[in-house]
Design a protein around this ligand. Sequence first.
Ligand code: GLA
Length: 692
Amino acid sequence: MRRSLTTLAAALGVIVAAIAPAHAQSRVWHARATQFENRPALAFGVAWYPEQWPEARWQTDLQLMRSAGFNTVRLAEFAWSTMEPEEGRFDFGWLDRAIDAAVRNGMMVVLGTPSAAPPAWLTQKYPDTLRVDEDGKRAGHGGRRHFSFASARYRQFATRIAAEMATRYGKNPAIVGWQIDNEIGPPSWDPESVAAWHHFLEQRYGTIDELNRRWATQYWSQHYNNFDQVPLRATGQHNPGLLLDFKHFTTATWTDYVAAQAAAIRAHADPRQFVTTNTMFWNAGFDHFALHRVVDMASWDNYIPDGRPDWVANGANHDLVRGYKQRNFWLMETQPGRVDWVPVNRALDPGQVREMAWQAVGHGADALLYWQWRPARNGQETYHGALLGADGTPVPVFGEVARTGKEFAQAAPLLADTEPAAQIAMLFSYDSRWAIDIQRHHKDFDPVRQFLSLYRPLRTRTQGIHVIAPDAELGKYRLVVAPSLHVLTPPQAERLVAYVRAGGHLVLGPRSGMKDDANALWPKRQPGPLADLLGAEVEQYYALDAPVGVQGSYGAGKANIWAEAIRPVAKDVEVLATYSDPHGWLDGKPAAVTRRVGKGRITYIGGWLDDGLLATIATQLLDGAGIRPVLADLHPDIEVGERSGAGKRLLILINHGAEPHPIALPAGASLVTGDLAGGTLSAHGVALIKLR
Ligand code: GLA
C-alpha cells in the first residue's frame, strides 16, 4: 500500500525536494511589473464576473467601468462551472464575447484559472478530490477551496482547464496575464496528502535515521522505524521539527500545485503574458519567497477588515510582497469601502480608498484592481463592498475611485519603470516566524507584531524599506535589520558574516540564531552560528509578565514580553544597554551589544523594547549609517514613498489622518497632481511630486 501511494505521490509530480531551485524557472522581467506593449504602465481595474449577468448588461457595465477610469478587468477565476459545465465539455463562447466586449471598451484582461472553485460534477463523481481537514472530516460542495492540494486527479482537472484556457487565449493581445487559482490554501489531510508527506520527508532526509536524528526522536519515544509511521499534523503537541516540516511540506505542495498550472499555461501562452497567483495578508500557510520562484510576478489582495487602516503595518505587507520577487507587483484585489467577513465590516472613511490606492503604488504596485464590480444577486458575498449597488448604478465611493483613475492615468507615464527606493533592508523569515509560533514561550510574542515593532520606527524615519528573504542579496543595503532570525542556517549565517565583513551593519533582534531548519536547538548559545561574529552570546532568555527597566545609550525605557541577558565574550564588544531588574536575574546584565568587525558592524538587541527605545535605536542606527529621510520632520500621519528609476525620482505623499498637515518640499520639487496647496497636504490628501 505504502509503495503504491508513494508512487502515486511521485507520479503527481509533488515536488518534494523541499522548495528547491528546481522551481527557479521563472522568466526574467525588468523593473516594470508587466510587459505591456503600448499600454499604460499602471493598470487600474476591477474583478468582473460577466457570467453572473445577462450579456445585454455587459456594455453598460463596461461603459461605467470606463467612467471609473478602469483600463483592466480580471475575469473567470471562479467560473469553472460556466467554462466546463460538464466533464470534458467546454464552453468558452461567453468568455470570448466578454473578452471582446472588454477589449472594445479599451480594457486589458487578466484571466484567472478557476481551480479555487471546483464544480459539483467534479466533486460528486470524484469525491477523492475533496479536501479532508486535520480531524479527518471531508469537505462537501457549496463553498470554495474544498479540494485536496495533493490530489493527482484534481491536479489533472485543474491543469486541463488552465491549458484549455491558455490554448484559446494565450496569444490574445488583450490578455496581459494569468492569475493561478485564488488565494491558495488550506492544506489537506486526505490519504494522498499523507502519502505525499511521507514521500516529502523521504526526499528531505534520505533515511529515517536522519529524520530521527534531526528531530531528536529519542525524546518521548518518538522514534520512527519508517516514514509511513510519521503522522501528518499541523497542530497539537507534536515535535517542533515535525510541525516546521509540515510547513515545508505545504510550501512544496502548493508550489508544485501552482507550478503545474504555470507550466500548462506557459506551454501555450505568449511570454509577454505574466503568470502570478494572488496571495493574502501576512498569510503563514507557505513560504511565499519559495513559492514565488515559479511565477513571474507577485500579486496580492489587500483588505483592511475593520476599516481602520494602520498605514505603517499595511505598508509593511506591501513591502513584503515586493520582496517575494524583489520587483514591483500587482495589487490584485482591494476593497471599494468595506469587506463582509469580519464581525463589524466598517467602511473606510471618505478619502481613504484613494489613500490606500496611492499607498500601494508608493510601495511598488503597478496595478490596482478592486474587488468587486457589482455584488452577485446571491451567493456568500452579497454584503461585500462593490462599485455598483444592487440596482447596477454607482455607490458613493465610485466618485473617489474615478478620481483615483484620472490621477493614475496622468501618473502612469511618470511612474513607468520606477521602483520603491530603499537604503535599508529588513529580513523576513517564514521559518523563523513558524518556529516561534510553534513555541512562543510567551503567548504575546507574535512574530509579525515583533517585526512591525522595528519596522515602524525605521519606516517612518527612512521612508523606504525593502523587506527581503534571509537568503537575498544584501550588498546594496547599508543597514540590514533582522527583528527575529530565530531559524538560521549555516549558509544564511555565512552570507550575513560576509555582509558584515564587507562593511554592512547587521542588527539582530531577540530570539535570533537559536534553531536550525529542522527546528532543533543549535548546540550553542544564541545567536548560534553568528555568536563568534558578535563576540557575545545570550546567557539566558526570560519571558516577562511585567516590564523590566532598560537603560543605556538608547536612554531609559522598558523591555516587555521578552528579555535576554547577553554575555560579552570578546574584549571589543560594546554594551549599549543594560537591564535594571532589582532582585531579578536580569539586573545589570547587558540587553544590547554591538561590535565592529572590519569595516562593518553587528548589533544584537536582546529584548522586545518599548516604542520609545526602539525609536531612539532607529534614529541611532540610521544616523550611524548616514541615512536621511527624503522629507524631515513630518507629522506621524504623513507617509512618504519614493519611486525612482529610468532617470526619474517621484514622491508619493499621503496624509493618512483626518487633519491637514504642513509639508515642506525640497528645492526643485514640483507637484504633478494631488492635494498639496500652500504647503499643506489636506486631510486624507495625496500628492504626487516630481523631484529634480
Ligand atoms: C478574497 C477573495 C475574493 C473575495 C474577497 C472578499 O480576497 O480572493 O474572491 O472573496 O476576498 O474580500
